[in-house]
Design a protein around this ligand. Sequence first.
Ligand SMILES: Nc1nc2c(ncn2[C@@H]2O[C@H](COP(=O)(O)OP(=O)(O)OP(=O)(O)O)[C@@H](O)[C@H]2O)c(=O)[nH]1
Length: 244
Amino acid sequence: MERMESMEPISAHYTTDYPEIHPDSGYESRETSDSQAKTPTAPTYDEEFVHKTILVGDSGVGKTSLLVQFDQGKFIPGSFSATVGIGFTNKVVTVDDVKVKLQIWDTAGQERFRSVTHAYYRDAHALLLLYDITSKTSFDNIRAWLTEVHEYAQSEVVIMLLGNKADMSSDRAIRRDEGERLAREYSVPFMETSAKTGVNVELAFTAVSKELKHRAIQHPNEPKFQIHDYIEAQKEKTGCCSYF
Ligand SMILES: Nc1nc2c(ncn2[C@@H]2O[C@H](COP(=O)(O)OP(=O)(O)OP(=O)(O)O)[C@@H](O)[C@H]2O)c(=O)[nH]1
C-alpha cells in the first residue's frame, strides 16, 4: 500500500466490541462533561463516541475493496463478488492526538438491496459516495445517490465524493475535473482514490475523521475546519495525484 509520509499517523485496528449505535445517537444527545459545561471555550472530544460512516455507490465501484484497503492495507484482485446486504468494520483513526472511532458500513450497491441500505442512512454521521472513473454510468448515478442521501440521511451528515479505480487511467471514462465540478455543484469534498494502489484511501478517511471530530467539539465562535483546504494541502504535500 502506498502511504503518504507526511500524513498524520493512523492507528487502526479491527474490533467488534464497540457498542451498537443507538438509533437516537447523535451529537445532540451526547452527554456534556462537567469541564465542557464550565469552560465552553475548551470543549473536549469524547473518544468513546462512535461515528457511523457508510460507503455507498453503484455495484462494482469498489466500496468493499476500498474498505479492505483501508482496514488491512491490501487489495484482493480477481473475480468480483457483489456484497449481499450490509456489514461493518470498526476502525480507530488518530487525528490531532485524539482517537476518532469509525464504524464503517459497507453497503450492497445492487438495486435489489436499496431498501435495506436506506434504513441505515438515518443514523449516519458520514457518507462516502463512490463512483468508478472507468464507468460513466456509475458517475451519472451519483446525482441519484445524492438525491437519496438528501432524502434519507440527516441534514448535517458529512459527505465525500470519491472517484475510485484511479489506477485504471487507460480506461478512464470520467476526467478528474468532471468529478471536481460535480463535487463543487453539491458543495462536497472530492478526491480520486485507488483501492488497488491505496492512493488517497487513508487521506479520505482521515479527512472525514477530522471533519467529524471538529464538528463534535465545534465552538460557535471558532472558525470552522475547512475540509476542502485540508485535502488540497495534503494532496500538495504528498504530490499524491500527479500521476493520475
Ligand atoms: N483496478 C482497480 N480495481 C478495483 C478497484 N476497486 C475495486 N476494484 C475491482 O472492482 C471490482 C468490484 O469491487 P468491489 O469492491 O467488490 O465493489 P463494490 O462497490 O463493493 O460492489 P457491490 O458489493 O456490488 O456494491 C472487483 O473486481 C475489484 O477487484 C480499484 O481501485 N482499482
